[in-house]
Design a protein around this ligand. Structure first.
Ligand code: NAP
Length: 297
């Protein structure tokens, strides 16, 4: 097996390349962006011609949600070009037998009161771009390109991915702890519902997928929903020994001006994935317990 991994320096992809237990007959190609820029079709085609991977795991993306919002509706700006055109360039370069796994997100769903989550693997993603962040809409479009153009594909959606040991980018729990440690932690939403993805479990899910090569849409996330307020309180209690220090606040006033930016009822369901792949995902409390011991001061 020859596996091409895009985005192997990122928060999620780097965990996979560092931890995937490859055997003798598995080669992992993990080019940097300089070696393989997915926005350049010719360079992608040349790379595939030279290396001929039989499996691709596509983590690479433009992931800065705030910057993406400044690019809303601009198809000449990086978020669209990387997430949609970059994915299309990979699709156009694949050999038809290649197994293509793409990492996607829960924010292809609105998380609104009218169509609340958590969402199952077979639910239809949001069709109205005005109800999604621009980042969410570009990932939704990337999914559409994959589903419409490849037979041998799997999409693995994740939500709020966390891990303990990655210094280049703060994940959801590290942001909360950093704010708490510097005395700047603001009140957290107590009426927003999301799921958490343990990046260790993304790597485990990908290992199973590489073995079983299933087709379709899969989710990797906590088996239950958290509110940011509850999660922050448990995290600080376990990692810093302080109980009930986080103040609650409602998300409602924030939604008035930013309906598309904040899913109130988001998150992913994992039952179908657990059944198809023979896996069991942790609860968010178990993920926090695991991380808190590693992030203790
Ligand atoms: N983080 C989240 O909250 C979250 C939530 C749900 C889903 N996801 C999805 O999970 C996947 C991984 O996210 P992440 O948080 O690990 O991302 P990340 O830390 O921002 O890393 C993104 C990776 O993509 C690479 N990349 C960007 N533009 C590229 C280009 N033109 N050509 C080749 N590579 C390029 C980057 O390369 P450089 O290192 O050279 O910049 C980096 O390795 C993405 O598909 C993302 O949409 C993330």
């Amino acid at each position: 097996m020859k596996i091409l991994v895009t985005g192997s320096n990122g928060l999620v992809g780097s965990h996979f390349v560092e931890n995937y237990q490859s055997s003798k007959n598995i080669v992992i190609l993990s080019p940097s962006q300089d070696e393989l820029d997915i926005t350049n079709l010719k360079s992608v085609k040349d790379f595939f011609k030279m290396h001929d991977p039989d499996t691709v795991i596509h983590f690479a993306a433009f992931t800065d949600v705030s910057k993406a919002e400044e690019q809303r509706n601009n198809k000449n700006a990086p978020c669209w070009i990387v997430n949609v055109e970059g994915t299309t360039n990979l699709i156009r370069s694949l050999n038809p037998d290649t197994f293509f796994i793409a990492i996607s997100t829960d924010v292809i769903f609105s998380g609104s009161k009218e169509n609340p989550g958590p969402y199952s693997e077979d639910e239809t993603p949001e069709e109205n771009p005005d109800l999604l962040s621009w980042y969410g809409w570009t990932k939704r479009e990337a999914e559409r390109q994959i589903i419409n153009n490849i037979k041998n594909f799997a999409i693995l959606r994740i939500s709020n991915p966390v891990r303990s040991n990655y210094e280049l980018k703060s994940d959801y729990v590290r942001k909360i702890l950093t704010l708490y440690d510097s005395g700047k932690l603001y009140p957290m939403f107590n009426d927003q519902y999301l799921t958490l993805t343990y990046i260790n479990e993304v790597t485990e899910t990908l290992e199973v997928m590489l073995h079983k090569r299933p087709i379709g849409i899969f989710h990797a996330s906590s088996s239950n929903l958290f509110t940011p307020h509850k999660l922050a309180n448990l995290l600080i209690e376990r990692a810093r020994g302080k109980k009930d220090v986080v103040k609650p606040v409602s998300i409602e006033p924030f939604l008035k001006d930013n309906q598309s930016r904040y899913p109130q009822f988001g998150g992913l369901k994992v039952e179908q994935t657990e059944k198809k792949l023979g896996m069991k995902f942790r609860s968010w409390e178990e993920i926090i317990e695991d991380l808190a011991t590693q992030l203790s001061a």
